[in-house]
Design a protein around this ligand. Structure first.
Ligand SMILES: [Zn+2]
Length: 593
């Protein structure tokens, strides 16, 4: 047994899957999906083949001649789930497995009608990154096994389905109450980009290749917020080459969506927390769009190489934002990112492995150590390269890199070989060993801090000595300046200081979730009880993990009362969170008994 990925049972000796044909049916009553998947291998194979599963029931397996196949489902590993061994008796390149998901499937969140905007119909959505596709259907759940797919999705007739795939159409189901929606994905993707959402979903056309999808109650504001998406796609194409996925549709999710965005190809999933009516959420859209080149087109081979995905994407995102808003304003994003990186290095001071670009995550759950390191240290590394070689040369390298590895999943070492080939002086100019394999922030990384960023940071740094924001200071400020300011402040302030901070500006009531949560985070860490009700309400309203982690961590650490409140709220609110978020918050709580 030679696994090719520390988080998958996929064996080096077995052929990889090239296509998955799914026929699935959703049952909202039992919160399960039942179906079959026909896997097509890159070459005919006989003998055992290993598949990843998690919490699946396997109801049978057969080959293309309809001959029943023996299979064994091994006991579950806590991180990887259960190995499914299927025995292919004859040499075949296609075989089918019948399966049923568990109501606890880690990729799936089933929402009651009351948890949706409309309040009348249920909703279900998937989140497969990092290793959750296996909780929906048996597969070789490693980014190395890129596959195309088709799906026939049987759902209640009053609902609609969207997928990370081309929509083919809707046909009647077995009864009047059911319909089947059909999708085909012709571009090979890593399994973590498999995505499905089913609910009362409608759309508005906002561009030649973009529709905004959302629940009817959210569609108008969502379409307004993202009306200029086509411009962003064109800006990105000018930087990175043609957009390869035909459509760039956006689905605005219910508030329990655990991430800011998920770059599901053709159908990006977005948190509703970025919709504040001022179009300030475009940074997240720029990020998810950038994944169309870096991440989706070129994927990391395993979680050990995750920086190839997120580091490049953070770099590409900021190049897009730079075109839109200019160098000075992108500096605010870079400043925020740098601070985040410093905080993560502190968080992992006893586990420095997780501060490397290339990591060894054998035996580690990628969701539990999810951090900004791959994003921000990766970004810093690419900026360092750009600075050493100049932007024109680095841009040329970037385009060649994208062309060379499109629709492939590569590891860090493959990247390094290509880098040295294309930029032969790189080993003289850049300490690759330290940047890629070293821990922490390399000494030759340059902390950002010029222009507007510098002014905002200076103001924040004077807060503790009694200097408060004056109306003249904030003239012309947009949301990003306030966010940088608030995040720069010490996390623990006195009650008086919090009153002086929040009183004049009402940050804790801001419609911008970043501003609001940054303020509530300070209140949580400072055990500032007047804002506990607002914290509690936030934890009941949103399921975005970035916010949950900050607020729960602050409460758990701050005081006995805060600790008790965190546990009480979690018990009440946990069913509103996605299973991935539940595991992450439980992990935090377990550290503060
Ligand atoms: Zn990303």
């Amino acid at each position: 047994m030679t696994p090719i990925d520390p988080h998958s049972y996929t064996d080096a000796a077995h052929p990889l899957t090239k296509h998955a044909a799914l026929t699935i049916s959703l049952d909202f009553e039992s919160k399960t999906i039942t179906g079959t998947v026909t896997l097509s291998l890159e070459r005919a194979h006989s003998g055992e083949i290993f598949l990843d599963t998690r919490d699946l029931t396997i109801d049978g397996a057969w080959d293309s001649t309809k001959k029943g196949l023996k299979f064994v489902l091994e006991p579950a590993d806590k991180i990887k789930g259960s190995l499914l061994r299927v025995f292919l008796e004859n040499e075949v390149s296609d075989f089918t497995v019948a399966f049923k998901t568990s109501p606890q499937a880690s990729a799936l969140q089933w929402l009651e009608p009351a948890q949706t905007g409309g309040g009348k119909l249920p909703y279900m959505f998937t989140q497969c990154q990092a290793i959750h596709a296996r909780s929906i259907f048996p597969c070789q759940d490693t980014p190395i096994a890129r596959l195309k797919y088709s799906a026939d999705v049987n759902i209640p007739a009053e609902l609609s389905a969207v997928m990370s795939a081309a929509y083919i159409g809707r046909v009647p189901g077995e009864t009047e109450a059911r319909v089947v929606e059909r999708f085909v994905m012709e571009q090979p993707i890593p399994p973590y980009l498999f995505a499905l959402a089913v609910g009362d979903i409608t759309y508005e056309e906002v561009g030649p290749r973009t529709r905004i999808y959302a629940e009817p109650s959210e569609i108008r504001v969502a379409a307004y917020e993202f009306a200029h998406t086509e411009e962003t796609v064109k800006q990105a194409e000018a930087l990175f080459g043609p957009y390869d996925w035909e459509r760039f549709d956006l689905l605005v999710m219910p508030p329990s969506f655990p991430y800011g965005g998920m770059e599901n190809p053709r159908m990006v999933f977005l948190t509703p927390t970025i919709i504040v009516g001022d179009r300030s959420g475009v940074e997240v859209v720029a990020h998810e769009l950038a994944h169309s080149w870096t991440g989706n087109l070129i994927s990391n081979a395993t979680a050990n190489d995750f920086w190839l995905n997120e580091g490049f994407t953070t770099y590409a995102e900021r190049r897009i934002v730079e075109v839109q808003d200019g160098v000075e304003r992108v500096g605010l994003h870079i400043g925020l990112g740098w601070q985040g990186l410093e905080e993560e290095v502190e968080r992992f001071k006893d586990q420095p492995e997780f501060t490397k670009l290339k990591q060894n995550l054998e035996g580690v759950d990628p969701d539990e150590i999810y951090s900004k390191v791959p994003y921000e240290k990766g970004f810093q590394f690419l900026c360092h390269l750009e600075q050493k070689f100049g932007r024109p040369a680095f841009d040329e390298f970037l385009r060649k890199y994208i062309n060379k590895f499109r629709f492939q999943s590569i590891d860090t070492e493959t990247f390094l070989v290509f880098l040295k080939e294309q930029l032969p002086k790189v080993e003289e100019l850049v300490d690759l060993e330290t940047w890629i394999y070293g821990t922490g922030i390399p000494k030759d990384a340059v902390p950002p801090g010029a222009g507007i960023l510098q002014k905002v940071l200076e103001l924040a740094d004077k807060f503790k000595s009694g200097v408060r924001l004056q109306p003249a200071d904030v003239q012309g400020w947009e949301a990003q300046e306030y966010i940088v300011y608030l995040e720069r402040l010490p996390k623990r302030l006195t009650a008086e200081e919090i009153q002086e901070l929040d009183g004049p500006f009402h940050f804790s009531e801001s419609k911008n979730w970043e501003i609001k949560v940054a303020t509530l985070t300070i209140a949580a860490y400072s055990a500032y009880q007047p804002l506990f009700p607002a914290i509690e309400q936030t934890l009941h309203t949103v399921g975005r993990m970035k916010y949950l982690k900050l607020l729960y961590q602050g409460l758990l650490e701050c005081s006995r009362e805060g600790n008790a409140l965190a546990k009480k709220v979690y018990e009440e609110a946990k069913n509103k969170y996605h299973p991935i978020a539940q595991v992450v918050v439980q992990g935090l709580i377990s550290k503060y008994p």
